[in-house]
Write a protein that binds this ligand. Sequence first.
Ligand code: ACO
Ligand code: LMR
Length: 264
Amino acid sequence: GKVRAPTHIISTISDDRGEEPCYGGVPMSSIVEQGLGVGDVISLLWFKRSLPRYCTRFIEICVLLCADHGPCVSGAHNSIVTARAGKDLVSCLVSGLLTIGPRFGGAVDDAARYFKDAYDRGLTPYEFVESMKKKGIRVPGIGHRIKRGDNRDKRVELLQLYARDNFPSVKYMEYAVQVETYTLSKANNLVLNVDGAIGTLFLDLLAGSGMFTKPEIDEIVEIGYLNGLFVLARSIGLIGHTFDQKRLKQPLYRHPWEDVLYTK
Ligand code: ACO
Ligand code: LMR
């Protein structure tokens, strides 16, 4: 009989062997003809299914809102300094991307994990926040360097508004709002940040869309797909900052002595 040679790679998301490449089984011509957008392509390649329009629009709004946040944040700063050192586009981009992590932009997955666990276990906001404090873990998705209770993050408000108008259920988001009410009673900078908003709203998207089984949701949260949204989005801004510096022919950056506390 036929002997099937073992393969070295298994791949399930795309196929380029036919006349035209397919994303999740959907040919590219169909993607273009149907007028699909980047949210649909993310659905096919990351989640391996076509999601309803309100979900793909939500994904696109996350990308639009997280594309950039000015030159002063960690990622943009790194890209700017790298561009001014004369490096190529990819070096500038990855130098910025490498700052994305638990403090900056990369708290989306952990926010989803911790808020889901707390909500599913029926913890009150007080019990959740105080148990995190006891463990010495900052609540992912809470806190911001410049946003405050009286100067909220517009991106969070826009995402919440969209979800309230379009999602069948926003139970995780409502829980996050209650947690924020409690953390704001402790300190004015402990707002629900954009990572926390995306993390908890994506839980609502996954649970409320009826497109995912419970084990699939657990797997998405466990593997950690959601930081990918911030990484993807912020790449747009980091590339923009790189072009900006090169266009402006900015010289090699050197940090001023006056801004360093030299001490023993
Ligand atoms: N949970 C509990 N307490 C907190 C939190 C939090 N998430 N954030 C700040 N605090 C409290 C702590 O008491 C902290 O004291 P500590 O240093 O003894 O732990 C104190 O506030 C320090 O407050 P700030 O100086 O204002 O916070 P800082 O500017 O150092 O940090 C940051 C801001 C990194 C965003 C922080 O709030 C944090 O770690 N949040 C969790 C991670 C997160 O969600 N990051 C994403 C931010 S949004 C974005 O990057 C796009
Ligand atoms: C961002 O999106 O980069 C910001 O929320 C971080 C910041 O400190 O402004």
